[in-house]
Design a binder for this molecule. Structure first.
Ligand code: TNX
Length: 521
């Protein structure tokens, strides 16, 4: 029997690392349990194979993903083969009935003979591959052949998520981001086991998805952006391409059409949507809350029925986000009336509804599984009263937690940040990590919380490199809050693991902020 340092949860990590001859691998998000096995390690060679245990298309997809990652940098052929008695020197991927691991967990065992990755689902195998990736040297991320050795330390990991919704949001409305930029963000967030990408597809400054029954939304409403640039939009084919790419990375796309405010681009495109029948000009500034659809006109509901209908057909995920935030120019009675008509439209198209926190003011029902995304500014460690969160929970609506002063990745790190806003305060790396969904609100328990999400609003962000600067290094911390057990999480321990990500991002060309809070490797 081999002795090893046992890391149960996270608490033991720093001391185990300091005293042991076998350093504890630094993985983000931290696995539920990780045993290091001294003396055991596996080194990839030109003979190593990727062995799959079944003909499942999902497993084949994960095997292809792993091969695609490791072939260019190692220069090894890494053929994908069927597992069998004669196959050794392999990284084997296998579906296995391991009910305790849930629908996204995995078990990863590294020994001299090879790497064994098992999971109940292909999603679990994919998350396990992301862990394996961090066990390999950073240069595995390179697109050109590098020198080995390609050694994976001996470990036994058993891992599964705390929350089923671990989201990132990209605002493609204030500034437009191309399909390639969206895909690059998918590559980056999936490394940290994020499983939802919420696309903020419409706002005052732009409409970013082609709707066949209302074509001017995209062609006119999408023709500009903050600052007056050219804007843009996704054709339905392009959106489908993003959805497919996300699915290959086990990420569900949640499309948002913001309403009843944040609608100037739509109101500018179709005069009929305005109460006075007059289309306002396109808007390229950064104010919020000035626009509203006309709540008393029937065409308004025909409009949302058409838009949500087309979007629902293009979206395999079960959620459509209807916005609902900052409706400062919609009287509350109108707001409630509007949402009470909107929710059945979402359901009629076979989807569940998610909206920003304010939707809890309406008669939203928890069943079907409506969600409210809370963006309040909250202490994060000492529970606070939040009337909208309480109202949501009383209606049986679960929460997605996105506290703006912790989880908003468009907030500046500090006064020197070249991009970003600071209406919710400066959000240092430590601040973005030091909070917990279970200690945000009075009267809200973990059962009321579906998960976490890290939004990036793009008033000040014009391309993916600027987005990367805001997301890295903060996004992995939000991902960890969503995935890893709460017990034992600490900033002091986390920052040592985060430090190990730097060289990886450098190899990948990710434009991350080298925060002085971290002693980067
Ligand atoms: C508030 S948070 C907004 C967005 C802005 C963001 C900027 C929320 C639901 N709405 O319209 O882009 O602040 O940080």
């Amino acid at each position: 029997i081999l002795a090893g340092s046992v890391v149960a949860g996270l608490a033991a990590a720093p001391s185990a690392q300091a005293d042991s001859a076998t350093p504890v691998p630094r993985i983000v998000p931290a696995p539920v349990s990780m045993n290091t096995v001294p003396g055991q390690s596996f080194t990839l060679t030109r003979h190593t194979k990727i062995a799959v245990g079944s003909r499942s298309a999902g497993v084949a997809g994960v095997a292809a993903f792993l091969a695609g990652l490791a072939r260019p940098s190692t220069g090894y052929p890494l053929p994908v083969v069927r597992a069998g008695a004669g196959v050794h020197d392999a990284i084997s991927l296998r579906l296995a009935a391991l009910p305790r691991l849930g629908t996204e967990g995995y078990r990863l065992t590294v020994s001299r003979g090879g790497v064994r990755l098992e999971a109940p689902t292909a999603a679990g195998l994919f998350h396990g591959v992301q862990t394996l990736r961090q066990l390999l040297p950073a240069k595995v991320e390179s697109h050109s052949a590098q020198r080995g050795p390609w050694t994976v330390p001996g470990v036994a990991i058993s891992d599964y998520p705390r929350f089923s919704w671990r989201g990132a949001m990209l605002d493609v409305a204030r500034h437009f981001f191309t399909v390639d930029e969206a895909k690059r963000y998918i590559d980056e967030i999936s490394m940290y086991k994020i499983n939802v990408l919420h696309l903020h597809l419409s706002d005052d400054q732009g409409w970013r998805i082609a709707i066949k029954s209302w074509p001017r939304l995209a062609t006119y409403g999408g023709s500009t952006e903050v600052g007056g640039g050219a804007g843009g939009y996704y054709t339905q084919k392009q959106y489908t391409d993003i959805v497919r790419y996300a699915t290959q990375h086990f990420i569900t796309i949640v499309p948002e059409i913001d309403s009843p405010s944040h609608t100037n681009a739509a109101l500018a495109s179709y005069a009929d949507l305005n109460c006075d029948g007059k289309a306002p000009p396109l808007y390229t500034g950064t104010s919020v809350g000035f626009s509203s659809v006309c709540v008393d006109k029937d065409i308004t509901y025909k409009f949302f029925d058409d838009v949500i209908g087309e979007l629902a057909k293009l979206t395999p995920g079960s959620y459509v986000h209807v916005g609902g935030d900052e409706a400062h120019s919609t009287p509350l009675t109108d707001y409630v009336k509007f949402l009470d008509r909107l929710q059945p439209i979402v359901h009629a198209h076979g989807k569940n509804m998610i909206g920003w926190n304010e939707i809890a003011q309406a008669d939203v029902q928890g069943s079907p599984a409506t969600l409210a995304q809370n963006w309040s500014v909250l202490d994060g460690n000492t529970p606070a009263d939040d009337p909208l969160a309480t109202a949501a929970v009383q209606k049986g609506v679960q929460l997605i937690t996105s506290p703006a002063n912790h989880a908003y990745l468009d907030m500046q790190y500090d006064a020197n940040s070249p991009y970003g806003l600071h209406w919710a305060g400066y959000v240092s790396v430590q601040k973005s990590y030091q909070w917990d969904p279970a200690t945000l609100f009075n009267g809200v328990t973990e059962q009321n919380i579906r998960g976490v999400e890290a939004p990036i609003w793009s008033e000040t962000l014009t391309n993916i490199h600027e987005v990367e600067y805001m997301a890295f290094p903060r996004l992995p911390g939000i991902a960890e809050i969503g995935w890893s057990p709460r017990a034992g999480r600490s900033w002091d321990e986390y920052r040592t693991r985060l430090a190990a990500q730097g060289p990886r991002w450098t190899v990948m060309g990710i434009n991350f902020y080298r925060s002085p809070e971290i002693s980067w490797d």
